[in-house]
Design a protein around this ligand. Structure first.
Ligand code: PMP
Length: 432
C-alpha cells in the first residue's frame, strides 16, 4: 500500500503547524521518509491513514507499556469521562495514584502531579534550587530531560537527532548555571563537584540513558554518583520518565538499589494521557507551595482522565508475572535482532544494547558507553535500516538516538516477524 494520504496530510500540516508536527522527531526528517499519519492503534499494532499496518516499537515513546487501547484502560477512561473531564479541585483519584506511586517507588514519600515529563524535571529542579539555596545544576551529556531551558544543554533525543548542541532562545545567563559531564565518568563529576560543589543544587540524570540510544550505567557508576553528591549535600534527581515503572515496579532506583532524593516520572503513569509527576523525600517535597515557599501549579494537574488511565495501568502492571513476561519479550526481541544481524553478516559493524524491555542497535562498531561513543554511529545507515523495516511493516523510532520499546501486548508472532524483517533489512549494511 502507498503513503499518498500521509504525504498529502503532511503537506497540509506544514501550512498550519511548524514543520507539520507537534514534536520534532515525529517529522521523520533524519530518516528521509514521510511521517505516517496514524489513524488507530490496538495492542502492539498501529494503522496509518493509508491503511498500512505496522508492528509498533515506538509505543508513543514509552507510555504504552500495555500496548495501545488496552480494554481495561479504555473502559476506565470512558467511565470517568461521563463524570467530567476536569474540575480544578482535588479528587480521590489523585490520592489513589499518589499512594500507588509512593508504595511502588522506594525513595518517594510524597509526589506532585504535573502534565508532562518536562514539567516534572523543570519543577524538580526549581524545588532542588529552592531547598538547597544553590543555583547550579549538573547534567550528563546526551541525557534528555524535556525542553526545560536550563536542561537543553548538550541534550539527547531530538537535539541529538538534529545535531543541535543547544537551542537558540536560551539566554547565556540561564545556560551558565548548567554544568555538563560525560556519563559513566566518575572522575569528571568529582572534578566538577570539587570545584563548584557548594554552589550545586542538584545532579539530574537518566539512571539509564535512553535518549541517545540506550546507554547503560557501568558497574558502580550510580553508586558513586549517589555517594559523592550526598557528601556535598547535592540533591540527586533521577529522571525516571522512561525507566519508571518499566525496568521494575519501582523503576531504575529499585532495579539498581540506589536512593535518589527526588525522582521525575511521566509516560507510563498517565497510561497514554498527558501526565508527569515528581516526588521524593517528604522533607524536600514539603518545600512546595502551599506548604512551603517554592511555587508550582497547574490548571489541569491531576486531571481525572489521566489519573484513571494511570491508576489502571499501574494496577495491571502490579499483577503477578507481568514484569517477568515483559522481560522475556524484551530479551527475545533484542536477542533476535542480534541474531538477525549475525545471519546477515553485519553484527561486527553494530553495537547492541538491551535492558529489560528497552533496546537499541547502534550502527557503530565502538562499544557505546557515553554520548561521544554513541555519536560515532552511522546515522545514514540507521536511516536505511529504519526505512527497510518500515517497508516490511515494522515501525521503529525514526532516529538512531532513540530506543525500541516492547510492550506486554507484543506477541511471539510479532517478534518473530520483526526478526525475519530485520534479517532482510540488515543485508544492505554489508556494503557499509
Ligand atoms: N525525561 C526523559 C528521560 C524523557 O525521555 C522525556 C521525553 N522523552 C522527558 C523527560 C520529557 O517528557 P515530555 O516529553 O513528556 O515533556
Amino acid at each position: 500500500m502507498g503513503v499518498e494520504k500521509s504525504m498529502r496530510l503532511f503537506e497540509e500540516a506544514k501550512k498550519y503547524i511548524p514543520g507539520g508536527v507537534n514534536s520534532p522527531v515525529r517529522a521523520f526528517k533524519s530518516v528521509g521518509d514521510v511521517p505516517r499519519f496514524i489513524e488507530r492503534a490496538k495492542g502492539s499494532h498501529i494503522w496509518d491513514v493509508d491503511g498500512n499496518e505496522y508492528i509498533d516499537y515506538v509505543c508513543s515513546w514509552g507510555p504504552m507499556i500495555l500496548g495501545h487501547a488496552h480494554d481495561e484502560v479504555i473502559a476506565a477512561i470512558k467511565e470517568q469521562a461521563e463524570k467530567g473531564t476536569s474540575y480544578g479541585a482535588p479528587t480521590e483519584l489523585e490520592v489513589k495514584l499518589a499512594k500507588m506511586i509512593v508504595e511502588m517507588v522506594p525513595s518517594v514519600e510524597k509526589v506532585r502531579m504535573v502534565n508532562s515529563g518536562t514539567e516534572a524535571t523543570m519543577s524538580a529542579i526549581r524545588l532542588a534550587r529552592g531547598y538547597t539555596k544553590r543555583d547550579k545544576v549538573v547534567k550528563f551529556e546526551g541525557c534528555y530531560h524535556g525542553h526545560v531551558d536550563s536542561l537543553l544543554v548538550k541534550a539527547g533525543s531530538g537535539l541529538a537527532t538534529f545535531g543541535v548542541p543547544t537551542s537558540p532562545g536560551i539566554p547565556e545567563d540561564f545556560a551558565k548555571h548548567t554544568i555538563t559531564v560525560p556519563y559513566n565518568n566518575v572522575d569528571a563529576l568529582k572534578k566538577v563537584i570539587d570545584e563548584a560543589g557548594d554552589d550545586i543544587a542538584c545532579v539530574i540524570m537518566e539512571p539509564v540513558m535512553a535518549n541517545a540510544g540506550l546507554i547503560l550505567p557501568e558497574s558502580g557508576f550510580l553508586e558513586k554518583v549517589r555517594e559523592i553528591t550526598a557528601e556535598k549535600g547535592i540533591l540527586l534527581i533521577f529522571d525516571e520518565v522512561i525507566t519508571g515503572f518499566r525496568l521494575a515496579p519501582g523503576g531504575a532506583q529499585e532495579y539498581f538499589g540506589i536512593t535518589p532524593d527526588l525522582s521525575c516520572f511521566g509516560k507510563i503513569i498517565g497510561g497514554g494521557l498527558p501526565v508527569g509527576a515528581f516526588g521524593g523525600k517528604a522533607e524536600i517535597m514539603d518545600y512546595l507551595a502551599p506548604e512551603g515557599p517554592v511555587y508550582q501549579a497547574g490548571t489541569l494537574s491531576g486531571n481525572p482522565l489521566a489519573m484513571v488511565a494511570g491508576i489502571k495501568t499501574l494496577e495491571i502492571l502490579k499483577r503477578p508475572g507481568v514484569y517477568e513476561a515483559l522481560r522475556e519479550k524484551g530479551k527475545k526481541f533484542a536477542e533476535g535482532i542480534k541474531a538477525a544481524a549475525e545471519k546477515a553478516g553485519v553484527a561486527d559493524k553494530l553495537c547492541f544494547k538491551n535492558l529489560e524491555s528497552i533496546s537499541c542497535v547502534f550502527f557503530t562498531s565502538e562499544m557505546v558507553k557515553d554520548y561521544a561513543s554513541a555519536a560515532t554511529s552511522n546515522t545514514e545507515a540507521y536511516a536505511a535500516y529504519f526505512r527497510e523495516m518500515l517497508k516490511r511493516g515494522v515501525y521503529l523510532a525514526p532516529s538512531q538516538f532513540e530506543v525500541a520499546f516492547v510492550s506486554t501486548a507484543h506477541t511471539d508472532d510479532d517478534i518473530e516477524r520483526t526478526i525475519a524483517a530485520a534479517e532482510e533489512a540488515f543485508t544492505f549494511a554489508k556494503d557499509l
